[in-house]
Design a protein around this ligand. Structure first.
Ligand SMILES: Cc1ncc(COP(=O)(O)O)c(C=O)c1O
Length: 393
């Protein structure tokens, strides 16, 4: 390994959301960023930018969209035109802009449950309602690690998308928190349902580069012969390269008309002007950091395997999803006999480990869940799991 992901990084006391909202001594395995230093090439590019000493409003160069286009072509086989990209300070602001551009108050956004909770206030802020289409829990496929996984319920999706008030199907591809890397077939079926009903697909691909061994990211754009106005894709380097605090993302809109409406909506929301460091870091990631990402993914999967082995040995009643993508494991902790919110509170207060309770992700009924962020040095992850096992009666 060229990069050392075992090296602990000091984050407490650095104005860090993940660590500094927790009491001293608590190990945080919750919000989705990583306890690793960024790739050395990114640190160096930011150091050079910082040394310029002038931090006024920035105009991202065309090169940053070209870097993204090259990355998507090389890594995912997706040939975009750089001009499809509408800049945004994040995927969530970009989602807000797409909803402003495409929806009236009272319209519905179809979303599969469980779902990433950051979507909820953005949808509500545009006066839209969430129309839930629960994913179906199924046993893990043979040969895959983990106990269970999720599938789309196409019949339910069709019913929800056919509602005349449904305007957008927002899909997390790959899925946070279920860990699914959707197949081309699944995406094609879902997309055809949307096409039949005139519903725009908004594909959030922020976790796309975090594929685990044996999985492959399928951009929604490549799953069917879509017309340009049938979808928009959100993309960002911030999850895979640990740059979330630098706030840089794009909405990829192949349709000119939709693109201009999204761009105008970004102006209204004030989220179209990028952080001067954000695009420097993202372009460096795409241009120079593929090897870092590949080592990171192997390390993250090692963490997942270590957690699975620990659970089997020490907490066999806890069931875990197959992790196809993301660094977020989704555990069924019903065996603890507590609602997930209460369990998370007790684990934080008593075991001194902070997880995200499943209740905040609109989990489908039938269990109590916990989302575990695996992106920490392995020793810290194992210490956190050890604390939970020792806390159990
Ligand atoms: C699926 C998903 N989409 C969007 C976001 C937030 O993206 P941003 O910080 O670019 O708004 C997250 C953050 O965890 C996420 O998991």
């Amino acid at each position: 390994m060229k990069y050392d992901f075992d090296e602990p990084v000091r984050r407490r006391g650095t104005n860090c959301v993940k660590w500094d909202v927790c009491a001293e001594g608590v190990l945080p395995l919750w919000v989705a960023d990583m306890d690793f230093r960024a790739a050395p090439a990114i640190v160096e590019a930011l150091r050079r930018r910082a040394e310029e000493g002038v931090y006024g409003y920035a105009l991202p160069p065309a090169a940053w969209h070209e870097s993204l286009a090259k990355w998507l072509a090389a890594r995912h086989g997706w040939n975009i035109l750089p001009e499809w990209a509408v800049d945004s300070t994040g995927v969530l602001p970009a989602l807000g802009a797409v909803l402003r551009a495409c929806c009236e108050p009272g319209d519905k956004v179809v979303l599969q449950a469980p779902a990433y909770n950051g979507f909820f206030p953005v949808i509500a802020s545009q006066g839209c309602e969430i129309s839930w289409s629960p994913l179906r829990r199924v046993p893990a496929r043979s040969g895959m690690k983990g106990d269970f996984t999720y599938e789309m319920d196409f019949e339910d999706l069709e019913r929800k998308v056919a509602d005349p008030r449904a305007k957008v199907f927002l899909i997390s591809n790959p899925h946070n928190p279920a860990g699914r890397a959707w197949t081309a077939e699944e995406l094609r079926k879902a997309g055809e349902i949307c096409r039949r009903n005139g519903v725009l697909v908004a594909s959030d691909e922020i976790h796309a580069d975090l594929q685990m061994p044996g999985s492959k990211h399928v951009p929604f754009a490549l799953a069917g012969d879509w017309k340009p106005g049938e979808f928009v894709t959100f993309w960002s380097a911030t999850k895979a390269f640990n740059l979330a605090g630098l706030h840089a993302a794009v909405a990829l809109c192949p349709d000119h008309g939709l693109r201009e409406r999204v761009r105008a909506a970004q102006e209204v929301g004030g989220s179209g002007h990028l952080n001067a460091f954000g695009f420097v870091a993202s372009a460096t990631a795409w241009d120079c950091c593929a090897d870092w990402l590949d080592e990171l993914r192997a390390y993250l999967f090692g963490n997942y395997e270590a957690m699975i082995a620990f659970l089997h040995e020490r907490m066999p009643a806890v069931k875990c999803t197959t992790l196809e993508a993301t660094y977020l494991a989704w555990l069924d902790v019903s065996a603890f006999g507590l609602p997930s919110g209460e369990l998370a509170r007790r684990l934080e207060d008593e075991a001194r480990v902070k997880f995200s309770p499943g209740s905040i992700y609109a989990e489908p009924k039938g269990g109590a869940f916990m989302r575990v962020n695996l992106a920490s040095p392995r020793a810290m992850l194992m210490e956190a799991l050890e604390r939970v096992a020792s806390w159990l009666p």
